[in-house]
Design a protein around this ligand. Structure first.
Ligand code: MN
Length: 497
């Protein structure tokens, strides 16, 4: 995944009133800032300086150009001088790109000794950005507002978060979730409105028959599967029975074939994510375990049991986290440790957890799966690395999508679990296990989620805002009763939109 090709258009606002001299300075300051932004290592993609926004026709032209550009992931606006906002209405009304309103000024300090009215007229974002903010608020437009000095580290960190969220939004506009089979029978929370998902998030959520995968799988040669097995051998640890001539090696080769066939299909359909379901594996020998883990590691989103919402969100987090430390995986809440003072949640899945979150080299093993009635599947087994992380999930409330994010602290797994051969993570959620669980359940959050140690809640908040969906945060200050009131207010807000 390469965010280098993403463009972020930088538009400095002004107006004709100030005369040529002032406008020249506006443009030259914006050019200096653009160059400096482009040397910022934490920014993905490139900042592209656009002509100064000084008339309604220029502004509308810029936004129409942005809409038509497949490389423009978002627009950064900054009012160096006053830029009357009625000039922006037509442009903002047609805009389809995420907006970052950067509230900064070129000079850091007030030049006490030399300041005069010319300086005041040129450097008045404190004035102009308020006018700019008003029109967004009046038009009920989503945007991120970041205030501060443009060279400040924290300001740039937050800009970078927004840029990555915008890249994920852009990625979703061009990608498909490839559903293999439908939702797990009778399960409610993994269902959802696929049409609304495309309207809000851009994703095309479409289905393909498992037979197509089975057919591709059957055509993968033994030699090709062996090639992959060698790569596995070089990348991961292998259980003794999986090594050359081992008794269970063929189970791993089956997963290699599934990986190859699935990847072919994903590429053919320009898919960024996929789902499987253990109830629909006709023609496949095993549930895709190792194969799903490997594809997640390569940047694909994954959702089990037909959970296309979490699959899409996993991909979204993979894009936001591209090049960052830490990992992203599909995850499931499994079981709790409820000892007073040492409460923790154990997350895992039947098989499909991404090795990008592993603490050390994963080990491939083959064991029976007590569900689905297929052959014993190969899977990677590991513990997740300790440290701060978040869980994010998407639910469909019928009238809208809600994203729920919980800040957690992943802890080291001190106990051996020899009879549980799956990848797993152990965490303490904020504010504590019981309040977190109560809050999550009051929100209607799923048992499935996206787990990431590479991102914090701000990324998801920015992305949710770009998509126009609800965002609920469960963190250190969450109180379930208070949150329940907020959810009621939120219901009122969304029912009046
Ligand atoms: Mn599941």
């Amino acid at each position: 995944m390469d965010l280098e090709n993403c463009e972020y258009w930088f538009i400095a606002g002004s107006q004709d009133l100030y005369g040529e001299e002032t406008l020249k300075q506006v443009a030259s300051h914006a050019a200096i800032m653009t160059d400096d932004f482009n040397n910022e290592p934490s920014f993905p993609g490139r900042i592209i300086l656009k002509p100064t926004a000084k008339s309604p026709s220029i502004i509308r032209g810029l936004f129409e150009e942005a809409n038509a550009s497949s490389s423009c992931a978002g627009i950064i606006t900054w009012m160096h001088t006053f830029s009357p906002s009625k000039m922006w209405i037509q442009a903002l009304a047609v805009n389809r790109k995420p907006v970052l309103h950067l509230h900064t000024q070129f000079n850091r300090d007030i030049p006490w000794a030399s300041i005069d009215m010319d300086f005041m007229n040129l450097n008045q974002s404190a004035h102009g950005d308020r006018e700019h903010g008003y029109i967004h608020t009046r038009m009920k437009l989503p945007r991120k507002v970041i205030a501060g000095y443009w060279q400040d580290k924290e300001l740039r960190r937050r800009m970078g978060v927004w840029m990555r969220a915008a890249a994920a939004k852009q990625d979703g506009m061009n990608k498909t979730v490839l559903r293999l089979g439908d939702n797990m029978r009778e399960v409610a929370v993994t269902e959802g409105d696929k049409v609304e998902a495309q309207i809000k998030m851009g994703w095309q959520v479409n289905t393909w028959g498992i037979g197509e995968l089975a057919q591709r799988y059957a055509q993968v040669t033994a030699a090709k599967a062996e090639e992959f097995a060698e790569e596995y051998e070089n990348t991961y640890e292998l259980a003794a029975e999986l090594k050359q001539n081992g008794s269970a090696r063929c189970a791993m080769l089956e997963q290699a074939k599934i990986e190859i066939a699935l990847k072919e299909m994903l590429e053919a359909e320009n898919a960024g994510a996929f789902t499987t379901t253990f109830q629909d594996l006709h023609g496949l020998p095993q549930l895709p375990g190792l194969a799903a883990q490997r594809l997640m590691e390569q940047g694909y989103g994954f959702g089990a049991e037909g959970d296309w919402k979490q699959s899409m969100l996993t991909r979204c987090a993979k894009v936001m986290a591209a090049g960052l430390e830490g990992g992203v995986s599909f995850m499931e809440d499994y079981t709790y440790h409820l000892e007073k003072g040492r409460e923790a949640a154990l997350g895992a899945h039947m098989l499909e957890i991404c090795p990008s979150i592993a603490e050390k080299k994963p080990r491939i093993e083959v064991h029976p799966l007590s569900i689905g009635g297929k052959n014993d599947p190969a899977r990677m087994v590991f513990n997740a690395k300790a440290g701060p992380a978040v869980l994010a999930t998407l639910v469909d409330l019928g009238s809208r999508f809600r994203m729920i994010v919980n800040e957690i602290e992943t802890i080291k797994i001190e106990n051996e679990m020899p009879l549980l051969p799956v990848a797993r993570a152990l965490w303490k959620p904020y504010p504590n296990l019981t309040d977190s669980a109560e809050a999550w359940i009051l929100c209607g959050g799923t048992h499935h989620s996206v787990y990431t140690s590479a991102l914090d809640a701000e990324y998801f908040r920015d992305w949710a805002q770009m998509c126009g969906i609800e965002f609920v945060l469960i963190d250190g200050s969450t109180r379930p009763n208070r949150l329940q009131d907020e959810l009621r207010w939120s219901d009122a807000y969304y029912s009046h939109r």
